[in-house]
Design a protein around this ligand. Structure first.
Ligand code: ATP
Ligand code: SF4
Ligand code: MG
Length: 360
């Protein structure tokens, strides 16, 4: 069955507020490889609101996963955060914690990671141990991040497995990951990630490896849990059908930058950045059919070693303005309240002329 792709107009929220949970500001991540330096994140600025679902979309290589890993202070080697801030508002009334300044293996970061910020990824098997039962893994995670004793931790594990729809959860605690289907394993990862009651769940393409029906079930599960628990979710995906269904806010990434961020409904109705528009146009049927991956946009994503000057989207942009877009790096503009766009089409002409004047 197919229906027109429009985001849900008024999804009730358990504890949605407009105050930020995480504020990323000017984050730069570089990979120092044998072939040269790759600018994976080129100054990402992004706000993760409390109690809402933020979807990060963009073609492969745009920096979605690295953004998620940076929030967990887990940028993989040979990558390094070279600039910028990630401010995590840990407790109301207290100064935010600066994630990039914490030791990735230190006690504070280990308590935040897994305890307050959880991760689920594309491959549940990679997140689960093949040699320990599900019960052992859940018990360990719960005891690491809560003060629960052994019995209470077991009871909590059973409760969490039941919540994510594992039948006969008390019995299944004794099973190993390979004894479950792919969809069930992803449910277990969700239970594991949520068992310490995190405030933020980062879901990096959690449904990509699953069949279409299971994808739909997992998305529905996350949506239900998010509403029930009032947590924030950062959902990284290629699937704009899923985005339309679950996003409160959308951040669109291209080559290591957020090129547009705003409220989901207004972005679907009135995307401002040519890249966002191209993404929306590229959905073949423009339907709510799940599982459809993004189709190709004109031209190719440039190699990480050959970033175009000015606006990095300019070689592929239908609205390209010669002499402006290939010379000036777009700055953030606010064409309407709550919307940020990095594109000269929306910039003040006087500001563009001044910036061009400074170049010459
Ligand atoms: N281990 C690594 N070594 C070198 N470069 C890397 C590494 N991991 C990521 N990168 C670079 O960082 C950039 C962003 O990668 P990232 O994995 O965040 O993209 P993505 O948007 O998640 O893509 P996908 O949709 O394919 O998952 C890419 O250009 C990639 O070249
Ligand atoms: S700045 Fe220019 S090239 Fe870049 S998206 Fe806007 S119009 Fe297109
Ligand atoms: Mg990725």
């Amino acid at each position: 069955m197919q229906s027109t792709l429009t985001p849900t107009e008024a999804r009730p929220k358990a504890a949605a507020t407009s105050s930020p949970l995480v504020e990323i500001d000017g984050l730069k991540v570089r990979f120092f490889t044998h072939d040269g330096v790759i600018d994976a994140l080129e100054g990402v600025s992004l706000t993760i609101p409390q109690g809402k679902t933020l979807c990060i979309v963009g073609e492969s290589g745009s920096g979605k996963s690295i953004t998620g890993r940076a929030i967990l202070n887990q940028v993989p080697r040979p990558g390094k955060v070279v600039e910028g801030n990630i401010r995590y508002h840990r407790r109301p009334g207290e100064a935010p914690v600066e994630i990039t300044k914490l030791d990735p293996r230190g006690a504070q970061m280990r308590s935040i990671r897994g305890g307050e910020i959880g991760l689920i990824s594309q491959e549940p098997m990679a997140a689960l141990s093949p040699v320990h039962t599900i019960g052992n893994q859940m018990r360990e995670a719960i005891r690491l991040h809560t003060k629960l004793g052994k019995k209470a931790a077991d009871a909590h594990a059973v409760e969490m497995l039941a919540k994510v729809g594992i039948p006969r959860p008390a019995e299944r605690l004794n099973n190993y990951a390979f004894e479950f289907s792919g969809g069930m394993r992803q449910r277990i990862c969700i239970a594991l990630a949520l068992s310490a009651s995190p405030r933020l769940l980062i879901a990096d393409e959690p449904t990509t490896a699953l069949d279409v029906t299971t994808q739909a079930n997992i998305v529905d599960l996350l949506l239900g849990l998010q509403e029930e628990l009032g947590i924030s979710i950062v959902f990284i995906t290629h699937d704009l059908g899923v985005v339309a269904e679950i996003a409160d806010e959308i951040a669109v990434m291209y080559l290591g930058k957020i090129v547009e961020q705003g409220d989901s409904l207004s972005i679907f109705r009135n995307a401002k950045h040519p890249y966002t528009r191209a993404l929306l146009r590229s959905i073949p049927t423009f339907t709510r059919e799940r599982g459809g991956r993004l189709q190709t946009i004109r031209g190719m994503v440039p190699s990480p070693f050959e970033r175009p000057a000015g606006c990095m989207f300019h070689p592929r942009c239908d609205a390209f303005m010669p002499g402006v877009c290939d010379r000036l790096v777009p700055w953030p503009v606010h064409p309407e309240p709550g919307r940020v766009v990095r594109c000269h089409l929306h910039a003040d002409r006087g500001d563009i002329d001044r910036a061009l004047g400074e170049l010459s």
